[in-house]
Design a protein around this ligand. Structure first.
Ligand SMILES: [Cu+2]
Length: 321
């Protein structure tokens, strides 16, 4: 999966994002027109009248009612137009949620990754817990209500192709809508400075057809299988022994931590740690060897693991599909 390095801010892929790009383009276009008119006239007059010589000050004009009304009314008309445009845009991108509506998704920002939970109520198959990190799956062609929470400081959820952006404030449960028209991967980022690794708090929204999405949901709701053998089994033991489960959940293996990402389906994702690394074995080893070297300031400690231990843990993590 290849994603652009920069956020595609003016390439909407949603009826909730298109009005934002339109309003941005119109506003910038108007600003550009005014800028060109004013600088163009200034340059023109400077050139046109440069031969007048130093004849003292030109006559000053005061109190020309007609001219003053023209430039006040023009400016006011532009402002009223922009106000109307903003109003119309807000109404389109931010429909009312309805009191007490159950969110389709609960997205929580944490230093420095995003967690996505799919509450039971929006889960017609009656599946259990589904908790993903940094890869947020959604069905296409449906308006989804997102609840935004934070586990620590203020973050800001922004997937510019799919909807507006909104702060995730501790204890405030902000709500917004997103929608994707076509299946695909859409890049998102934290848009509110939240500490040293703010720039590596990226995520991907994976939009799938409703059938594919249901299949993903039921696969994610499965628990990890405890029947492992060889290096992977040694890795699972080490995972328990080192206390990784204090911070990470692996459903089915008794690990219930909620400080770091839920790892139950770690290997089903393609990127980890806020998109900074892939989930391929080489990158997993790099992360486990020294998390702070990859993301300085991370809450995950360095366990000073030797090569054999790194291999075992990685083999175990790669089984968590
Ligand atoms: Cu953040």
């Amino acid at each position: 999966m290849s994603l652009p390095a920069a956020l595609p801010v003016l390439q909407p892929a949603s009826p909730l994002a298109a009005p934002i790009s339109t309003a941005t383009s119109i506003t910038l276009g108007l600003g550009l027109a005014v800028f060109l008119l004013v600088t163009g006239l200034t340059l023109y007059f400077a050139w046109r009248f440069k031969h007048r010589g130093a004849g003292g000050e030109p006559p000053q004009i005061f109190g020309n009612a007609r001219d003053e009304i023209i430039w006040m009314v023009t400016a006011l008309a532009i402002l009223i137009f922009l106000f109307g445009l903003a109003w119309a845009t807000i109404n389109k991108i931010d429909p009312e949620a309805g009191q007490g509506a159950t969110p389709d998704l609960i997205v929580t920002g944490r230093q420095w990754f995003w967690q996505a939970q799919y509450p039971r109520a929006s889960n017609p198959a009656g599946l259990g817990v589904v908790r993903a990190a940094n890869e947020i799956h959604i069905p296409t062609n449906r308006k989804l209500l997102l609840e935004l929470d934070s586990g620590d400081v203020i973050h800001d959820f922004w997937a510019p192709q799919l909807g507006r952006k909104m702060d995730a404030v501790p204890g405030q449960n902000n709500r917004m809508w997103i929608q994707a028209d076509t299946p695909g991967s859409y890049l998102g980022a934290c848009a509110e400075f939240c500490g040293a690794q703010h720039a590596w708090m990226r995520f991907t929204v994976v939009a799938q057809s409703p059938t594919d999405f249901q299949a993903w949901l039921s696969q994610q709701s499965r628990q990890a299988s405890p029947s492992l053998s060889g290096t992977a089994a040694q890795g699972a033991e080490l995972f328990a022994y080192q206390g990784c489960g204090e911070c990470h959940a692996v459903r089915g293996l008794g690990a219930r931590g909620n400080v770091g990402p839920d790892l139950t389906h770690f290997a089903s994702r393609s990127r980890m740690a806020g998109n900074v690394l892939s989930t391929r074995p080489g990158d997993v080893v790099r992360w486990l060897r020294d998390p702070d070297a990859v993301k300085p300031g991370t809450r995950m400690p360095n366990f000073h693991l030797n090569d054999a231990q790194l291999e075992q843990l990685t083999a175990f993590l790669e089984t968590l599909k």
